[in-house]
Design a protein around this ligand. Structure first.
Ligand code: HEM
Length: 142
């Protein structure tokens, strides 16, 4: 990527495919959302509580609320897609040989897929039984 487009019309001229143009737009939108999502996340997990006090019960209590899971799903989805696509840009810029570039991307996408699936499972497969007291205590704490 020799020319770095700054506006949508420049991006239209630089990218030869619609999918690359869509990724360019996505990187700008997700970047903006991530600023708020990550600061919100830091506020809940670093400021509202001392990091040293984060334990199983705290996470179980947070995951017993649907909005936390939905919030975290957006955080996970945006952070993964934004980060992995950014890394893909770097691999395409720096790895010159097509064979190496191909395999670097295979490794990147495989690792990303595994992390993403594990993240979704952690968010959504936590059962109410496993949350135990955190769920039973909801009436009192909300
Ligand atoms: C010191 C910094 C951080 C602390 C202490 C922290 C703490 C936590 C905690 C306690 C949870 C459990 C769920 C919740 O309460 O929302 C969590 C989940 C999560 N955090 Fe962080 N976090 C930190 C930084 C970040 C950053 C910088 C990102 C992204 C750029 C991030 C992304 C996530 C995601 C995506 C989840 C959901 C994980 C899943 O899929 O199960 N965190 N974090």
């Amino acid at each position: 990527m020799a020319v770095k487009p700054k506006t949508l019309s420049e991006a239209r001229a630089v990218y030869s495919t619609n999918s690359e143009l869509a990724w360019w737009v996505f990187m700008r939108i997700s970047g903006l959302f991530l600023i708020f999502l990550v600061f919100g996340h830091m506020f809940f997990n670093n400021i509202q509580i001392n990091v040293a006090d984060v334990d199983y019960a705290y996470v179980a209590k947070r995951f017993s609320k649907s909005w936390v899971k939905i919030y975290d799903s957006f955080l996970l989805g945006f952070a993964m897609l934004h980060g992995i696509n950014g890394l893909r840009y770097s691999l395409e810029d720096y790895i010159q040989r097509p064979g190496r570039r191909f395999w670097a991307k295979v490794v990147l996408f495989t690792v990303a897929a595994v992390i993403f699936v594990l993240g979704v499972m952690t968010l959504w497969a936590f059962s109410f039984e496993e949350m135990g007291d955190a769920v039973r205590g909801l009436q009192h704490s909300n």
